[in-house]
Design a protein around this ligand. Structure first.
Ligand code: COA
Length: 273
């Protein structure tokens, strides 16, 4: 994969990835590690972080990990402090930790809505906020992980839509506020990606074929296809890219989520909801 990009593109750089123990976030960490970056990851589960760290070390990267729930600002700050002590100040921060489930808005509790807002949006703010001093020092880059729900309404995803649209709005604000001190901020917006927890949850209701139908390229992304574009956005190749939402979805945003929406409503009707 990394052979597609200049070897050593991220050599000497340190990339921190929230939620980096699995899924798309781990794919981003993997891509950065393959391009020479040292990597720090945080997440909620020690065992998962340890496994991911071992995998990243096997790619040749120096790796640090810390257990931190992104909803906890102090834990995130501590994770970034530990990461800097181990690997130097961060050059890149991926705000990727996310939570998702399908629920009709009228049945979604306040806590359910809040859980996703807290993980996706407040958690992203916590990571960016905690990294500010380090990123100012390195003139580094922030990368937020958005989702198709930010731009088009997906059935039973009102909470995710609100959170991801907020993430992109936060990103744009930081691109303007922190651009003058040399910090770039962008979002990457993946379409369906194989093998992730998020897609496992969504394909329980809408079969993989439904998703493939929505993607003009007719398939899911390999995690590495998202990872390498994220690495580009964190690298000097993207030195003048600031405030962008970079869509890596095989064209799904152009066709819209109607097949998914129909499948969700059909499943709900079958369950008598
Ligand atoms: N439908 C409706 N409500 C749900 C739900 C579902 N499928 N899953 C959770 N909730 C509600 C809970 O009922 C609870 O609200 P309540 O107190 O009113 O009952 C609220 O969400 C919080 O749930 P809880 O399980 O206590 O939260 P948590 O902090 O342990 O987990 C989640 C957070 C809910 C986002 C959980 O799905 C998670 O940990 N996800 C991380 C993994 C993930 O989603 N990966 C994919 C990323 S795209």
């Amino acid at each position: 994969m990394s052979a597609l990009l200049p070897a050593g593109l991220l050599q000497g750089r340190h990339v921190f990835v929230s939620g980096g123990g699995s899924g798309v976030n781990l794919a981003i960490a993997r891509a950065c590690a393959g391009l020479g970056a040292s990597i720090s990851i945080c997440g909620r589960t020690e065992g998962r972080l340890q496994e991911a760290a071992a995998e990243l070390r096997a790619l040749g990267a120096d790796v640090a990990h810390a257990v931190a729930d992104v909803r906890d600002a102090e834990a995130v700050q501590a994770a970034l402090t530990t990461a800097a002590a181990a690997l130097g100040p961060v050059d890149g921060v991926v705000c990727g930790a996310a939570g998702s489930f399908l629920a009709p808005a009228e049945r979604l509790s306040s806590n359910g809505f809040r859980a996703v807002m807290d993980i996706d949006l407040l958690g992203a703010f916590h990571c960016a906020h905690a990294a500010f001093d380090q990123l100012r020092e390195t003139r580094g880059a922030l990368l937020f992980v958005s989702g198709g729900q930010a731009v088009a309404p997906f059935q039973h995803q009102a909470h995710v839509s609100a959170a991801k649209a907020g993430v992109d709005a936060l990103m744009r604000s930081l691109a303007v506020e922190w651009g003058p001190v040399g910090i770039r901020a962008n979002s990457i917006l993946p379409g369906p990606v194989t093998g992730t927890e998020g897609m496992r949850r969504l394909t329980e209701t809408a079969e993989p074929e439904v998703w493939a139908e929505m993607v003009p390229l007719g398939r899911f992304a390999d995690p590495a296809e998202v990872g390498r574009m994220a690495a580009v956005l964190l690298s000097p190749i993207a030195s003048f890219v600031n405030g962008a939402v970079v869509t890596v979805d095989g064209g799904m945003a152009l066709t819209g989520p109607q097949p998914f929406n129909r499948a969700v409503l059909a499943a709900a009707a079958q369950e008598g909801r």
